[in-house]
Design a protein around this ligand. Structure first.
Ligand code: FRU
Length: 736
């Protein structure tokens, strides 16, 4: 009800007057789609309110209605001011939503009769808008002006504002530096998480001192998606405090935090793989520190133990003796004053070159703080616990913003450690006698291979081909993959202890043409000098949105790496390690058959839970196009197409099940170059939410995730003219 209407009814009913004076009065909610109530200066705010982020800006949350004011026009560097038309203060409070950067040159102010009486800034650096409020009782009836100012260039130089409303109710919902204390009598504090909520910065404190690294936690606001544990066992019998930098009074999370001696859960994890490694809970990306030692293959991994989205990078830890059963262990490295724990490798120091002890396991990793630097830590208890080297970092170079992911091995011929390091869009090699002092050797990558994104996670390994040693350099790149987003390219060449020289091959070459095999590297110190590779089975272009609960992401099956000739040139083939065969339990086979147009098998397995393998050989003598699709009763399907005419092998997951959680997931088919051959020997591993297809012993590989609402249990072959013959078709149920 507006004021004019209110006054005209004043004499009729007191009740009308009361409800009128207490109702809110909008100064601007930016829904009109114009800045008609404002004077606009500078470029930062554009010419009208926004209804979506500007190009290059992250997702914006917390605004109301459709539109809001956003000073990201032209990016962070642009500057500008919105000045409101003068208005009269008519209520006790002015409520507003505010977000963006927190520097002193980004703010919203209230001027009353020419004097600045309030200046407010976003409370956390974030694209989430939060409700704040000015208590303006003392200025009622006076003329005021609001200014929204972005005077800041560079990082977080922008502001977001919405819903500026005069009201008699204080709507501010924020508590800053909120504390909750506990007398610890159990092993864990269990924290309820809601993935869609904003990040809150949390510290564990005792007597006012931080006793944990900074943890970024999405505490439950309205509902609990899942729980995460904070291990507080060392503080049993003592008082500790959780300090939250900023929370909402209405968040339900605080009252739910509780102590427990156990951390177990029983969520319906439909997409949890049966035989691939996935974290017990929380997030994973890259495999790290892969090293064999005393009968165990160690897998450390990029891990968020406080949520199932990327953040709080720790090194999680698991071991396996057989690549079938994985034992989950407590995380091995946690953030420190140098930064969070990014990717890296581990070696066994057989000759005690670093002086931490003979056969010490030494992790070489990136600390990601203000800069990225390389650090080391050692373990004398089979990789269970690590001590960080007191003189970390061991390698820095302020010239590189992207300076990370050290992969180290002992190079016998030159009698030294060699490190491959991702340096923006090249790989730089360093050498060391003791893992502590490093010398720059050479840099590889300018003008060769794919450069569509940043180079990450290198690995340099020797492979034997026809009696000769060749060196293979793996380089992950994001974005720039052959099918969008992240993928791993490789180079084949020679390495003399100083320089990598690539052979003349049609680069870029990709270890896997699917969308979901990234940051893969090989195990160090393996028995029989095997080269075993594992990759992260996801893609940065949608990974934070994939529809799993409690945990997010898994690794590929471990794969043996070897050199092979694909009929055109030398390639790096990758194929499941032989240990994986032991997963096979019962199986169903079909006698050899011919497909003319179509052939359907309705049921692959009885009670198919979605963890199985298909083997077959496709013999093609007379058609140019053929394929098969896996599907379920709901009509969801994963299609595999061999187009020998175009020389393409195509996977289509556009109807594979849940696909709309991200526009980047299934917007196009996933293509790989196919060398036309008469027979294609196929091995297809399915595990709930992943498909890994190996063609001709891993010469051509595609790994793709998918989220069917029930397992695919039917297969359908199709041929476009001519015939194909299917030989040795067998389906195995796979079980841990
Ligand atoms: C690759 C990567 C690495 C980095 C890590 C951070 O996926 O970006 O370069 O070390 O993830 O989690």
């Amino acid at each position: 009800m507006n004021k004019h209407f209110c006054i005209s009814f004043i004499s009729f009913a007191m009740i009308t007057l009361v409800s009128c004076s207490s109702s809110d009065k909008i100064i601007d909610d930016f829904e009109s789609g114009s800045f008609s109530k404002w004077t606009v200066e500078g470029d930062a705010f554009g010419t009208m309110p926004n209804d979506k982020p500007e190009p290059g800006q992250q997702e914006i949350i917390g605004y109301e209605g459709k539109s809001f004011a956003d000073s990201f026009h032209g990016g962070d560097d642009s500057r500008g001011t919105l000045t409101s038309s003068p208005f009269t203060i008519e209520r006790d409070f002015i409520n507003f939503l505010i977000g963006g950067g927190i520097s002193s040159d980004v703010y919203m102010s209230l001027e009353v009769e020419g004097q600045n009486v309030f200046i407010s800034r976003p409370i956390v650096e974030s694209e989430a808008l939060h409700q704040l409020s000015w208590d303006v009782k003392n200025y009622k009836g006076k003329k005021a002006v609001i200014k929204i100012v972005d005077n800041q260039r560079g990082e977080w130089g922008h502001i977001l504002v919405d819903q500026i409303v005069m009201s008699n109710t204080d709507k501010s919902n924020i508590m800053v530096n909120y504390k909750q204390s506990y007398k610890i009598d159990k092993k864990y504090l269990l924290i309820p998480i809601e993935d869609k909520g904003p990040v809150t910065k949390v510290h564990l404190q005792q007597d006012g001192k931080n006793i944990s690294p900074l943890l970024e936690i999405r505490i439950a606001q309205t509902k609990t998606d899942y729980w995460v544990p904070i291990n507080v066992e060392p503080y049993k019998g003592q008082q500790i405090t959780l300090l939250f930098d900023l929370v909402k009074k209405t968040d339900i999370g605080f009252s739910l935090i509780n102590q427990s001696d156990t951390f177990d859960f029983d969520y319906n994890e439909k997409y949890r793989p049966d035989y691939h490694f996935s974290p017990y809970y929380g997030w994973t990306n890259d495999p790290n520190g892969m090293v064999y030692h005393n009968g165990e293959y160690h897998l450390y991994f990029q891990h968020n133990p406080y949520g199932s989205m990327w953040g709080n990078m720790h090194w999680g830890h698991a071991v396996t003796k057989d690549f079938i059963k994985w034992e989950h262990l407590p995380f091995a490295l946690e953030p420190d004053s140098l930064g969070t724990m990014f990717s890296g490798s581990a070696v066994i120091d057989k000759n005690n070159t670093a002086g931490f002890g003979k056969d010490a396991m030494i992790a070489i990793y990136t600390s990601a703080g203000k800069i990225q630097s390389q650090c080391i830590a050692y373990s004398l208890d089979n990789g269970r616990t690590f001590t960080k080297y007191e003189n970390n970092p061991v390698l820095t170079d302020a010239n590189y913003a992207d300076f990370r992911d050290p992969k180290v091995f002992w190079h016998n011929a030159s009698n030294q450690w060699i490190m491959s390091l991702a340096t923006t869009q090249t790989i730089t090699f360093y050498s060391s006698k003791n893992l502590k002092e490093w010398t720059r050797l050479s840099e590889f990558g300018d003008g060769i291979g794919d450069h569509g994104g940043v180079w990450e996670c290198p690995d340099l390994i020797p492979l034997t081909y026809q009696g000769k040693t060749k060196w293979v350099l793996f380089v992950s790149i994001n974005p720039g993959g052959p099918n969008g987003g992240s993928a791993t390219q490789y180079f084949i060449g020679s390495f003399d202890g100083k320089k990598f020289i690539p052979d003349d091959l049609p680069y870029p070459l990709w270890i896997d043409y699917g969308c979901d095999n990234y940051a893969g590297v090989t195990w160090e110190n393996t028995p029989d000098k095997r080269h075993i590779f594992i990759g992260w089975m996801s893609n940065w272009s949608y990974t934070n949105q994939v529809p799993t609960l409690n945990f997010r992401n898994a690794m590929t099956v471990p794969r043996d790496i070897k050199l092979a000739d694909n009929g055109k040139h030398l390639i790096v083939a990758n194929y499941p390690v032989k240990e994986i065969d032991k997963l096979r339990t019962d199986s169903v086979s079909i006698n050899n058959f011919e497909v003319k147009t179509k052939y359907t098998t309705d049921k692959l397995l009885d009670n198919n839970n979605g963890a199985y393998e298909i083997e077959m050989t496709i013999r093609n003598t007379s058609t140019r196009n053929f394929g098969f699709k896996l599907y379920n009763r709901k009509g969801e399907s994963l299609n595999f197409v061999f187009d020998t005419e175009k020389g393409q092998f195509i996977v289509d997951r556009s109807k594979s099940g849940l696909v709309d959680f991200s526009n980047n997931f299934a917007s196009h088919s996933i293509n790989a170059p196919l060398v036309p051959k008469e027979t294609y020997k196929i091995r297809l591993l399915i595990d709930k939410a992943s498909s890994e297809i190996f063609i001709n012993n891993g010469e051509l590989v595609q790994t793709n995730t998918m989220f069917p609402t029930e397992p695919y249990n039917s297969i359908d072959f199709n041929v476009d003219g001519g015939t194909i013959n299917i030989e040795n078709f067998r389906v195995y149920r796979l079980k841990q």
